[in-house]
Design a protein around this ligand. Sequence first.
Ligand code: ADP
Length: 480
Amino acid sequence: MKLQYPQLLKQQSYVDGHWCDADNGKQQAVVNPANGELLAHVPMLGAAETQRAIDAAQAALAKWQALTAKARATILHRWFALITQHTEDLALLMTSEQGKPLAEARGEVAYAASFIEWFAEEAKRVYGDTIPGHQTDKRLLVLKQPVGVTAAITPWNFPAAMITRKVAPALAAGCCMILKPALQTPLTALALAQLAEEAGVPAGVFSVVTGDAQSIGKVLCDSPVVRKLSFTGSTAVGKQLMAQCAPTLKKLSLELGGNAPFIVFDDADLDAAVEGAVIAKYRNAGQTCVCANRIYVHEKVYEAFAEKLAAKVMALKVGAGVDDGVVIGPLIDAKALEKVQTHLHDALDKGAKLLCGGQPLVGNFMTPAVLTDVTSQMKVAHEETFGPIAPLFRFHDEAEVIAMANDTEFGLAAYFYANNLSRVWRVAEALEYGMVGINTGLISNEVAPFGGIKASGLGREGSKYGIDEYLEMKYLCMSV
Ligand code: ADP
């Protein structure tokens, strides 16, 4: 891995504006999932260092929140510009530690940067209210104030974007943030911190603590100083963190697992649906929480859709993300590959047919698969596969498919393809999900509210709503 700007490869954590090692000197290796190559070591911080990051955030808070929104925005705009300028290096770091193809990594850098630009703009539009008084001598006002010290815990599947869509609104609102990135992908997080420092983010306002998830998580959750936690990851860990935050009654944003249905009605444009399914299913080798997990196809178009999809999927090039033309990189690790293979074999054992792919390859690779004759008894129907398998379920009518689509504890993203306008409205309103893609397989962007319902979490990120998660309302009642 050769970076144009070698300062972006950091092997230390960033606490209170200083690059530091663990107190006990412990480190963790970061490896390339495509070939097992050792990329770097990062410190394994624990409770004491995390507490120092919290203290630093608390110390930095008053000055940061006292800046004008425009002054904070100027720093965020500089951060945005630096990230954009270093796109190639950041993409290479990301592909090296996470595996996604370089083109996708470049796309994620742009997506990650877009949150910083967006919230730099939104910082200046945090308006309050004046409310007509309930009595003639009363004047009522609502102020919006930053929540205070906040924390974020992020996953490995989007090593940059899951960070910026938390840090950018936090900093824009006038909050400080301590980030614990995923251990698999700390290098992108640390490179972002390097650029934040260069952009002029003051010491303590943004710290990055790499290390032991449980001990860092516990200190962040237990601390009465930390007023909010934003987490993206599994539902199981999200529930655990919510329980750990109960004693200090923290505000929470939780972006958890999904089990996205992707429905193809018989009035859909079939070619467009196939294109959309490829994007919604195979991006990041199927490792996104909005990936289509269950593909429901109307019986009239089932065979045609399956054939067209398999033809496209067989053409997807599998390989290391840095190689030309690769669309499907490795899975994050051996355990992930094992889970995906378990889902595949469970489906095959219960009668599904394999149209293409499904072969595990040396390393953590797998050829992208299409399964037909899938039923709701199979694991792929109930659990998030998080890998490149498209299971095709057959359905007969609209009511049946809506019931099947909603038959899950999750409620993050759903997709459907249809052209009948009445149906489009009916189905969009009936799907119990936080986000619905209609005739498109790609829904995420910085201007729209991202988030789920049910076991998929709490709160929204991005959009004009995202900054509210980092603001408290204060009501003033004035007697005149
Ligand atoms: P995934 O399956 O995507 O790895 P996880 O929910 O396990 O999802 O991990 C998401 C993030 O949560 C990572 O940064 C991970 O280190 C962190 N994490 C996992 N377990 C805990 C925990 N008990 N306390 C705090 N953070 C945790």
